[in-house]
Design a binder for this molecule. Structure first.
Ligand code: ADP
Length: 229
């Protein structure tokens, strides 16, 4: 469980999140809102990439400000741009890199890498240069490299923004089938169809918190009213 208690966040003296209080326990949680409303900052708070200026974020009781490393073993993060996340020259090396501090034998690493690449449709490309993959394949590789460490929760910050419709649907299909709990920040409202819980952020505050249907309706009404972000 992730608990956000009385959290505000400032960059310099500008407050971009104000007094957020949430318990995140559902398997699928969406986060939507206008550009600049604070969604990415909220997402980054969940695994300690950003620590709150006020208040605290607890992951199974661990404070993200005190035990960032422990939190990141449980809570993984996928960025919009997979190039920001791919660090090794080849597909298999990139996935194996994530396991370097897990105390596994070479054979165990090779087995885990092979299995996850097969699951993500990259089994035929282990020695392919990672930077030559298509955008969709790169995002699948970024997901594989994160999920091979078997985190409990996956935070995705607009993972389909740079993808065309086909690749976007492929990544959406992968997210849909994950055993992990997922928190997904997205402008692609289609991805959230049927989700249990969607938060709407506006000007650094949670202004709606309900089913996908309720929250998307609220967001569309906000946008139609032309409220500033
Ligand atoms: P969203 O994901 O909804 O677009 P963000 O959380 O990225 O919103 O940004 C919220 C506000 O904080 C924006 O005005 C943005 O310009 C500002 N901001 C985001 N990151 C930084 C940063 N590292 N330094 C200063 N300001 C930032």
């Amino acid at each position: 469980m992730i608990q956000i208690e009385g959290v505000s966040h400032r960059y310099g003296d500008r407050e971009v999140l104000s007094d957020i209080n949430l318990s995140l326990i559902e398997d699928r949680i969406g986060v939507i809102g206008a550009n600049g409303s604070g969604k990415s900052t909220l997402a980054r708070l969940l695994n300690g990439l950003v620590v709150p200026s006020t208040g605290r974020v607890l992951v199974d009781g661990m404070d993200t400000a005190r035990d960032g490393a422990g939190v990141r073993r449980k809570v993984a993060f996928v960025f919009s741009d997979p190039d920001a996340q791919i660090v090794m020259p080849t597909v298999a090396e990139d996935v194996a890199f994530s396991l370097r501090r897990h105390g596994l034998s070479k054979q165990e690493v090779a087995d885990r890498v092979r299995d996850i690449l097969a699951r993500f449709g990259l089994g035929g490309h282990p020695d392919h240069p990672a930077h030559l993959l298509s955008s969709g394949q790169k995002q699948l590789l970024a997901l594989a490299s994160v999920l091979v460490t078997e985190p409990e929760i996956l935070i995705c910050d607009e993972p389909t923004t740079l993808l065309d419709l086909r690749n976007s649907r492929q990544v959406a299909g992968v997210l849909e089938g994950l055993a992990q709990r997922v928190v997904l920040v997205t402008h692609n409202l289609e991805l959230l169809h049927g989700w249990q819980r969607v938060l709407v952020i506006e000007q650094g505050r949670v202004v709606a918190d309900g089913s996908a249907e309720q929250s998307i309706g609220h967001y569309e009404a906000l946008m139609a009213a032309g409220r500033p972000c």
